[in-house]
Design a protein around this ligand. Structure first.
Ligand SMILES: C[S@@+](CC[C@H](N)C(=O)[O-])C[C@H]1O[C@@H](n2cnc3c(N)ncnc32)[C@H](O)[C@@H]1O
Length: 233
């Protein structure tokens, strides 16, 4: 569904921020449990896809607690975690005090044009109210030649696997979340937002329409997650 927005899922941007504020303290651990231990592999693939250099300036948008930013900082890049949930930023600052956390909205980024060599967003674009506007903002702040990598839940390509996965999403995930999460409702929203999100092909069209070039994607874990890459020419 290309035209899906937060409003369709019944959540305003302020409600999305408040929802992440509430889950911030247990976000990383819950994430790992619900992703059945795949988070580390997905982060590693995202890191490699961006091809970061140690002197790069990298924007990690919708960075939450900074877990998705840390691998870039670890190689010496100037990696900026940006998010609009003060709860997630606070938790991040407590755990990773060396990262330069910035409060900012993906739809009006507090950075100048052409500021970053690489822009990445992991499990965040789906939560932003206007996907195309966020892609345009990421394009604006990337320098010419700058790279984009989006890591996001997607659509498993194998039909039987897709059926089992959707069953997990709609039934097991909310049940497990009710045991481990601080706000189980957020994980019902997670399942619904994944189902409503564009598939691999549709998302690559949206990226192209935001003027990014050389758009490519590949599946991780059978398409549960997809990585989209593009360049600003
Ligand atoms: C699922 S978390 C992902 C966090 C992190 N990137 C990771 O991989 O663990 C999604 C994040 O998107 C943020 N977010 C949603 N809409 C946003 C917006 N318009 N601007 C900035 N951050 C946003 C939320 O606050 C939340 O921290």
């Amino acid at each position: 569904m290309l035209a899906m927005t937060r409003a369709d899922l019944g959540k305003e941007p302020t409600e999305v921020a408040a929802m992440f504020d509430q889950v911030a303290d247990r976000y990383d651990i819950t994430n790992d449990v619900l992703a059945l231990g795949q988070t580390r592999a997905w982060r590693k693939a995202t890191f490699r896809a961006l091809e970061p250099q140690s002197d790069d300036r990298i924007l990690d948008l919708a960075a939450g607690t900074g877990s998705s930013t840390a691998p870039f900082a670890a190689i010496g890049a100037y990696a900026v975690p940006c998010d609009f949930s003060l709860g997630m930023l606070g938790e991040g600052r407590r755990r990773l005090p060396s990262l330069p956390f910035v409060a900012g909205d993906a739809l009006a980024l507090p950075f100048a044009d052409n500021s970053f060599d690489g822009v990445t967003i992991s499990f965040g674009l789906r939560n932003v109210a206007d996907t195309s506007a966020a892609l345009a903002e990421m394009y604006r702040v990337a320098r010419p030649g700058g790279r984009l990598v989006i890591c996001e839940f997607s659509t498993p390509s194998h039909e039987a696997f897709r059926t089992v996965y959707l069953e997990y999403l709609m039934k097991a995930l909310p049940a497990v979340a009710s045991k481990v999460a601080s706000n189980p409702e957020a994980y019902i929203y997670l399942a619904e937002s994944i189902r409503a999100w564009p598939d691999q092909e549709e998302l690559s069209h949206l990226i192209q329409r935001a003027h990014w070039s050389d758009v490519q994607w590949r599946n991780l874990t059978g398409g549960i997650v997809a990585l989209h890459r593009a360049v600003k020419v």
